[in-house]
Design a protein around this ligand. Sequence first.
Ligand SMILES: [Ca+2]
Length: 173
Amino acid sequence: MTAATAPAGTATCTGTTTPTQTAWLKAADGWDAKNGKMLASDGKLALVQRSDNAHVDVEGNAFMSFRFQGGIPTTAKVTEATLHVEHHEEDGFSSTALDWQVGGGSLTSPTTLGSTRATVLATTREATVEWDVSQWITDGARANDLKLVVRNTDSYGKKAKVDSVYLIVRYAP
Ligand SMILES: [Ca+2]
């Protein structure tokens, strides 16, 4: 790519250019509302930190919440924030029973800024699905505080199986 050249006679911007930085943030802990335990203390955090077909189970009529590694300057302007959830659901899982929510606050009772009805994926169709949450996560403080909720409302108790979750944040410091 060649740098644009200002036409002669026009003013040029003399401010320094701040390059956008990208942070790839692993899950730092989670909360299983079904058994009331934190994933780290329950020995399950590693399950969602790697794409290895080892899963955590989100039980029917329950939710699991996740937080992520922070470290983004709190006043940084976030230009893009995307959540990545590698998952599948047990056979028979209702197509309208999987919801994702993004917000902040505590893992056990997170606030909700936005939500989406997630696509249910059969066991043989496991995939990493990207959810763009940029409209809600606009600065470093919100990115550092971000909570993802995977909510399972399947009335027959089918499980949602999460292989990995991570957050990618692009920001200008
Ligand atoms: Ca895994």
